[in-house]
Unconditional design. Structure first.
Length: 737
């Protein structure tokens, strides 16, 4: 199975997208098909043996054009393809602009010639016909083509409404020329087509900004790389870089692809990919990300990921994929749009019949045209996808990678956030927090650390590494230890300067040790013989902003929990520092998902204290939590997949990020708040869009049916509604998150 994404030219409404989906889904070998009207892109899952030309043919038979190339798999999209698409869209926009300009001139002449009492100029009927015909059949050609395609596929779209409405006005005017009926409506048909084309032109220009985030991300990529081959430095195109190439990066240059530093050191600005504002220090062995900027110093790195496998390419494709998915809230608009056009056709006919029975056939004709034109479902079709496109793009710019629209929507409903402890709330790396010399020993703190680290330098235990790293960072020189012996479950011992020392667990704990252990720290003692020289405490420390995040979530009315495999004492100590009251300790990795399920159906508010709540207790007790789980490790993957919204830290494993709906690339725990705010802002925009789209149709269709809306005003209102939805969605780029 493989995935294919491809641009589609010629869509004008949500009904067009549904027609293409239905047509492509019938192709043998197609597993699933989704068409995004807002981004004008098709996303198809197909079996490996399916030829892309069959999909292209199905789209063409539906009346549209698919731009499919051999490089259209979602894993292999290229910047070049995007540039070609932008050129095609620019040409389409220019063609539409030309039609709008010429149609506007002809329509203006038609209005002048149709109202001699206002302008003092009268054109005969033949001139009016000559002026109206190019607008009707040249400028309006796409309406007829789409209508014919719809009829062949037993479907109707907004183009059907426009074609029928304007054709009725045009044909009626020709009949009037022969005296069969009275009244001339060439100007009405021409102005309607012109206004609708103008609306589409403005809408297309506005929609082009909804994909700005993708364009900016693609624009970050370096164009060339300085590769070391055969001992020489040569500049090559980024597309020619291969895995294993040695690449040199000088100050101010962009990192070409992902890789690992093998010599040199520097600080790198990763803000364009992760959203992290401060440059990151990079030493030998550190990972560098393609498209980031080297601030100072030169270094050489080995390419480990190129092309579509780089982090930037994966981010771009995941954002595109997320923009292609449909949020659950969009289903309502899709259902309405599917039945909307046939219903409108029935309403327009009934409107005409009603006016005709009341003895006003001319008024019936005008209202028929007005109803057909005003009832375009474009605004409903644009309401959700445009907001999703802007929202996911805004998230990517802030280091928040949203995997699908459902996760973005669900996040605003979350009432419970469960944090994994290690690597999420804490740094996931033990560090020295306390070192205290015994008053009786008179050993200085520096000597205490020096002796302990000299012993532990021979150990591979994580706590030993923490102590050694701490001492080396303090520029304290290690001493030579001999006779080293690791005592299982206890500690280590050895000789330093001929004196025997033991470092590890010990008995006879004083109040200071008990206090440190109550804080969740591991305390070890340095002894010489039976004499305690001092103690060193090591702990996995809480992230700087963890408490701030917990407080902010609590203020939003969200219940915060922590889950960990640590013992209850250590877990409680860390939770207390973070301000978390709800703790699940001693939970095995495979039990985390089960704990989420148990938590989801738990009635977490006690209501026995009030008579009112007792009355509703049974109802409340069946309510389920909506849970977001935040983790980073392989053992978190089941819980990330089980949660309503899985949020993976960017420092985590690929397995964790693959299981999550949202990934925080910038490694900042505060991004959970940003993601939550983005979700709420996006859903607010979507609800506004849907409200005005439904309100627009609910209010103006009856207005048109009652004869209170001129067909020209109806065309203007229809175009304005679509543009307003797109512009409202673009407000997400300015909303503070």
């Amino acid at each position: 199975m493989k995935k294919i994404s491809f641009p589609i030219i010629g869509m004008h409404c949500a009904s067009c997208a549904k027609l293409i989906e239905r047509s492509v889904s019938k192709v043998p070998g197609v597993i699933s098909c989704a068409v995004n009207y807002s981004s004008e892109t098709g996303y198809v899952e197909v079996s490996n043996e399916l030829e892309e030309k069959n999909i292209e043919k199905a789209v063409k038979e539906a009346g549209y054009k698919a731009l499919i190339t051999k490089n259209d798999s979602i894993a292999g999209a290229s910047e070049l393809k995007t540039q070609n698409l932008e050129q095609i869209k620019a040409e389409e926009l220019q063609r539409l602009k030309t039609k709008v300009v010429i149609s506007s001139i002809l329509s203006t002449l038609l209005i002048i010639g149709s109202f001699p009492e206002l302008f003092g100029i009268k054109f005969n009927d033949l001139i009016l016909l000559i002026l109206a015909t190019p607008v009707q059949f040249w400028a309006g050609k796409e309406f007829y083509l789409a209508t014919w395609s719809g009829l062949k596929n037993r479907s109707a779209s907004m183009d059907t409404l426009i074609a029928i409405g304007t054709s009725a006005a045009y044909i009626y005017s020709i009949l009037s020329m022969f005296g069969l009926v009275s009244g001339m409506y060439f100007d009405t048909a021409a102005v309607i087509i012109t206004l609708i084309l103008l609306g589409r032109f403005l809408e297309a220009r506005a929609k082009s900004h909804t994909s700005d985030a993708i364009k900016k991300l693609l624009g970050l990529q370096a164009k060339t790389a300085r590769v070391i081959r055969n001992g020489k430095e040569i500049d090559i195109a980024i597309a020619d870089v291969k895995i294993g190439d040695l690449i040199k990066v000088r100050p101010g240059e962009k990192v070409a692809v992902d890789g690992t530093i093998i010599s040199g050191e520097s600080s790198v600005d990763e803000s364009m990919v992760t959203g992290e504002s401060m440059p990151i220090d990079k030493l030998v062995g550190a990972t560098v990300i393609g498209a980031t900027i080297n601030k100072q110093g030169s270094f050489i790195f080995r390419a480990t990921k190129v092309g579509s496998e780089t982090m930037l390419s994966r981010i771009v494709e995941m954002v595109k994929s997320a923009q292609s998915t449909k949020a659950p809230i969009q289903r309502m608009a899709d259902i309405v749009s599917a039945y909307f056009v046939p219903v409108v056709l029935m309403i327009s006919i009934l409107t005409f019949v009603g006016w005709y029975l009341f003895g006003q056939p001319f008024m019936g004709f005008i209202t028929l045209v007005s109803v057909l034109i005003i009832a375009c479902p474009c605004a409903m079709g644009l309401a959700t996808p445009t907001a999703i496109m802007v929202g996911t793009g805004r998230g990517a710019q802030n280091g928040i990678l949203i995997k699908d629209a459902a996760s973005l929507e669900m996040l605003h409903k979350v009432d419970t956030v469960v944090f994994d402890k290690t690597g999420t709330l804490t740094y996931g790396k033990p560090v020295v927090t306390n070192f205290i010399s015994s008053q009786k020993s008179k050993v200085k703190s520096q000597n205490l650390l020096q002796i302990a680290a000299s012993l532990e330098a021979n150990s591979e235990h994580p706590l030993a590494t923490a102590i050694v790293d701490y001492v080396l960072n303090k520029k304290i020189k290690l001493l030579k230890a001999s006779g080293f012996r690791a005592i299982s479950g206890s500690g280590v011992e050895g000789l330093i300067n001929g004196k025997k020392y033991f470092f590890g667990k010990f008995k006879n704990k004083n109040n200071e040790v008990i206090k440190l252990e109550s804080e969740g720290k591991t305390v070890m003692g340095l002894k010489s013989g039976s004499k305690l020289l001092g103690i060193i405490a090591v702990s996995d420390t809480l992230k700087n902003n963890a408490k701030e995040v917990v407080e902010s979530l609590t203020k939003k009315g969200i219940s915060v929990w922590m889950v960990t495999g640590d013992n209850q004492r250590t877990a409680t100590a860390i939770a207390k520092k973070a301000g978390i009251k709800n703790v699940m300790a001693e939970v095995l990795p495979e039990e985390k998902a089960k704990k989420l399920d148990e938590l989801r159906i738990t009635n977490y508010e006690s209501r026995e204290n009030t008579r009112f709540h007792n009355t509703l207790f049974k109802i409340h007790n069946t309510a389920m939590r909506s849970i977001a789980f935040v983790g980073d490790g392989i053992n978190d993957a089941p819980a990330l997949a089980s949660a309503d919204v899985g949020i993976a830290m960017g420092t985590g494993t690929d397995v964790a990020m693959e299981s999550a709906g949202i990934t925080l690339l910038n490694k900042d725990i505060r991004s959970i708040l940003t993601a939550t705010n983005l979700s709420r802002a996006t859903m607010k925009i979507i609800k506004q869009n849907l409200f005005w789209a439904f309100f627009y149709n609910a209010a103006l269709i009856p207005t048109a049916a009652l004869g209170l809306l001129n067909p020209m005003l109806a065309a203007f209102a229809m175009a304005a509604s679509s543009i307003s939805v797109v512009l409202n969605s673009l407000r997400l780029n300015r909303v503070r998150i």
